[in-house]
Structure formats: structure tokens, C-alpha cells
Ligand binder design. Structure first.
Ligand SMILES: *Cc1c(COP(=O)(O)O)cnc(C)c1O
Length: 470
């Protein structure tokens, strides 16, 4: 399989060539030249497969330049009962016939990002091991992504992680999760500022190409194609778990922010998985919902981005969305260039007056948004009716999913985080604390390892070079 850019300016590359890179050289995103199509016979044989074997079938089609036995080994040490709590990896909980939750958040940081990030950690280590190179990952986090990256990269050969976070602004649980890691290759840098300051520092460092090359600085952000691919697997797994035969269709409801999770659902559908609806749910930061309802894509400024009780979906522009628009335009790179010349300047585009917008429905997409009151009510309802406790992000998906589903099509709602991470909203909804999963009881009491720094790009660069030793 070869990969091209959504903006048409990259010569075709292999999976391993795009694995460690961020944006394509032309500013676009890497995407397969053609999606693999899974025929009816093949889909039939996949139905009985374990998560690991299914992951191998799917990943080997996208990462076809990794020798099969190596890929198998990488998958087998990634998707284990020890790391994900069960052999099923993503177990399906049935609330009532035709209404399910797919549990994606049983990894080390209790959020669905672990599923892709744990694989990425092993893929990076494998690839760097072959080339003998090192990689220093620099990132900014307000919570989930940073800890997920740290837990995936801890102890990995040839990899260091420098993670910036706003000092004192994450929840105690999130802070403890990251700062309690004692691995020597993990560097927590608490910045005396807000999340945007952290992100600005990462951008400034990344724009210093000399520094970046000398110190082999890389990222693990959500546009990484391997992360999308890893997420395709559980759409297949969830489909097989919720149906008896491949003649049936299902719909998925997906709490969305950067469009990474639902992008994987889109690719699964393009590969031939019988998906009826892809129901996209946002919180009050509804840039994606607005597009799917009106055809207008209007990225928000940072000051327009609200802090909500489903914080991992507080985004102002959806970094993976360009991949979908590439497919929507029948892979017209010049159209994508035209549209994103506005987006990259912070401006909107409007497809409502073009035939393209009608095609959104052909791809199965519908959307809605939720508010704080809506998600608290949903948490309470689901708890009272089914004795199942969900977190605020999952609640956004459940709320919108239930409102937009077609009654005769089974609905699978993606559970993207554990309630234990968001105890305040859980308290508000049901008047009691969420239970802590085993092993996390004393998290906040563990010794913490971090440094505190000012918003000062030069000082951060000095700190990084000192740690790397050069
Ligand atoms: C990242 C995240 C999301 C949003 O996923 P995208 O792939 O960015 O759309 C939803 N819920 C939780 C808990 C997350 O961490």
C-alpha cells in the first residue's frame, strides 16, 4: 500500500515512511492511495477472529512493508489482557437488545486513546530499532493525550517524551497519572501558564528546524495515520459482537473532537463494513456538528473554545477532518488545497451551496451536540435504567446517538473514557463518587516526578538539550 497526501504534493510513500512523520511536506495528511476492500467471503472468516488476529488482518493491509511475523509480534505484545484488562480488549456491553456500549477505555490511562497509542509505542520502538535512530517526542497536553502517550512510550528504547502541561490546571487524577511515572525516558514539564502557552511553545520549537533536526524532535499528535488505522479494528470487532450475520447493519455513535475516532469508522465503512450511520457527537464546541448540519466548516479561535465537562472534546478545529473532505470531494486534492487555504488562515468554508454537501449523507454521517445539562442527565438516566455508569464524553455520544438513531438498526455507542476520571460530573449526576478501577486507588498519593518552568521557549530548549545530553 502506498500513501499520498490529501493536498496532492507528496510522492507515494510506504507505511514505515509516513509512520514517524507529522504533516506531509505539502501541509496535507497522509492517506492510502486506495482503501483495501474486504469482500463478503473474507468478512465471513473474520467474524470468529480474536481481537489480535483481527488486528493483524487489518493492520497487515495498511502496514504491508512490515514483515508479517514482526507485525504479529508487535500486535501480540500490544493487545494483552495485562494492558487492556480482558482478552476481548474492547468488550461490548449490551444495555438492551439493539443498544450497546463498546468499551474502549480499559487501557492504562482509562481513555480510548490507549488503544492506538500503545500500538504506536511498539511500532515506534520497532522502527527506530531497525534504523538505529532516536526520537524525542515533544507534546503539549491538557490531559488525556499526554498521559496516553507517556504510558505508551515509557521504558521504550530510543524514545524520550517531553510533555508540557499547564501547571496546576489539570485534574488531580490526571496530574497524578502523568507525574507519578518514574521512567527515566519520561519528562513532565509543568508550565506556569495555560494549555495554549504549552501548545505555543511546542509550535515554536517545531518551527526551529535546526533544533528540531539536531535533537530529532517528533510528535504523536492525532493526525498520525497509524493511530487512525489502529482504531479501525474495534469498529469491526464491535460490529461482529453486536450482530449474528454479516447481512445486518449497525450504527455507531462517536464522541468526537479531532475527528480521529470517527475517521477510523469512516475508513471501516469504506472497506466494506456494513455501517448504516456514523453518528457524530460534539459537546458545546460544535465545529463539526455545525458542518454536518449546515455544510459550513468554521474553525473557532482559541478564545471561542469553551471549557466543558467533556474536556477531551474541547477543540476549535478538527485535525483529521481534512481526510474526510478528501474522500467527500472524490479525492480532489486541488479542492482540498482551495478549502484549506481558508482554514489555515482561520477562515470558514461553505459546502452547503455545492452538490458535495448532499453526499455527506451517502457516507452515513449525521451529527448532533450535547451540553453539560444534557450529559449529566444522560449519565443519570443510563445509570438508573441500566445500572451502568458512563463518563461525560461517552454521555455526549449516548445522548446524540439515541436522538438520531434509526429504530430498527442496532446502535453501538463508543465508550471513550472511564467515569473515574471525571468524578465531579458523576457526583452531580448520581450523587455518589464513581468507583476507582483496581490499581488506581492511591494514585494521588504516589511520589511525583516533574519540573516547573516559565513560558519561555529558550529555557525549554535548553532543558531539552541538557536532558538529551547534547
Ligand atoms: C480524544 C477523546 C475524544 C475525541 O476523540 P477524537 O478522535 O479526537 O475525535 C473523545 N473522548 C475522549 C475521552 C477522548 O480522550
Amino acid at each position: 500500500m502506498r500513501y499520498i497526501s490529501t493536498r496532492g504534493g507528496m510522492p507515494p510513500k510506504s507505511f514505515s515512511e509516513i509512520l514517524l512523520s507529522g504533516l506531509a511536506p505539502d501541509g496535507g495528511l497522509a492517506i492510502p492511495e486506495v482503501y483495501p476492500k474486504i469482500g463478503a467471503d473474507e468478512l465471513k472468516t473474520w467474524r470468529g477472529l480474536s481481537y489480535q488476529s483481527l488486528a493483524f488482518e487489518i493492520l497487515s493491509r495498511f502496514a504491508d512493508d512490515i514483515p508479517a511475523e514482526d507485525l504479529r509480534a508487535i500486535i501480540d505484545r500490544t493487545y494483552t489482557r495485562e494492558i487492556f484488562g480482558s482478552d476481548e480488549i474492547t468488550p461490548l456491553k449490551t444495555l438492551e437488545p439493539g443498544f450497546h456500549i463498546l468499551a474502549l477505555s480499559n487501557g492504562p490511562t482509562l481513555a480510548f486513546k490507549d488503544i492506538a497509542m500503545q500500538l504506536l509505542g511498539n511500532l515506534f520502538e520497532y522502527t527506530l530499532g531497525k534504523s538505529g535512530e532516536a526520537l524525542n517526542i515533544l507534546g503539549a497536553t491538557s490531559g488525556d493525550t499526554g498521559s496516553s502517550a507517556e504510558y505508551a512510550m515509557r521504558g521504550k528504547q530510543g524514545i524520550r517524551v517531553f510533555m508540557l502541561s499547564p501547571y496546576g490546571k489539570m485534574s488531580r487524577f490526571q496530574t497524578a497519572q502523568m507525574f507519578s511515572l518514574q521512567d527515566e525516558n519520561i519528562f513532565n514539564i509543568a508550565i506556569r501558564g495555560v494549555f495554549d502557552d504549552c501548545q505555543d511553545i511546542v509550535k515554536a520549537v517545531s518551527h526551529d528546524h535546526v533544533f528540531k533536526q539536531k535533537h530529532r524532535i517528533g510528535t504523536v499528535n492525532s493526525i498520525n495515520w497509524a493511530r487512525v488505522v489502529a482504531q479501525i479494528v474495534y469498529y469491526f470487532k464491535g460490529y461482529f459482537a453486536a450482530t449474528q450475520s454479516n447481512d445486518e447493519q449497525v450504527s455507531f455513535a462517536v464522541p468526537s473532537g479531532n475527528f480521529g475516532n470517527i475517521c477510523a469508522g469512516h475508513v471501516a465503512r469504506m472497506m466494506g463494513l456494513p455501517i448504516k450511520q456514523l453518528i457524530l457527537a460534539t459537546n458545546e464546541n460544535d465545529v463539526l456538528d455545525e458542518f454536518f448540519r449546515t455544510g459550513v466548516y468554521r474553525p473557532r479561535s482559541t478564545s471561542e473554545t469553551k471549557h466543558t465537562s467533556s474536556p477531551s472534546m474541547d477543540i476549535s478545529r478538527a485535525s483529521n477532518f481534512e481526510r474526510f473532505i478528501f474522500d467527500l470531494t472524490d479525492r480532489d486534492a486541488s479542492k482540498v488545497v482551495e478549502l484549506w487555504s481558508a482554514v489555515d488562515k482561520g477562515q470558514a468554508f461553505d459546502l452547503s451551496v455545492t452538490p458535495l454537501f448532499n453526499r455527506v449523507r451517502e457516507f452515513g454521517f449525521v451529527s448532533g451536540s450535547s451540553s453539560h445539562a444534557g450529559r449529566v442527565e444522560t449519565i443519570r438516566e443510563i445509570f438508573q435504567k441500566y445500572q451502568v455508569l458512563v463518563d461525560t464524553h461517552t454521555a455526549d455520544g449516548l445522548k446524540v446517538g439515541q436522538a438520531l438513531r434509526e429504530q430498527d438498526v442496532p446502535l453501538i455507542c463508543m465508550e471513550t473514557a472511564q467515569p473515574a476520571k471525571f468524578s465531579e460530573s458523576i457526583q452531580e449526576a448520581i450523587g455518589q463518587e464513581p468507583p476507582r478501577p483496581a490499581g488506581y486507588e492511591n494514585l494521588e498519593e504516589l511520589p511525583q516526578r516533574f519540573v516547573v518552568k516559565d513560558v519561555d521557549v529558550a529555557a525549554i530548549k535548553v532543558y531539552i538539550s541538557e536532558q538529551i545530553g547534547g
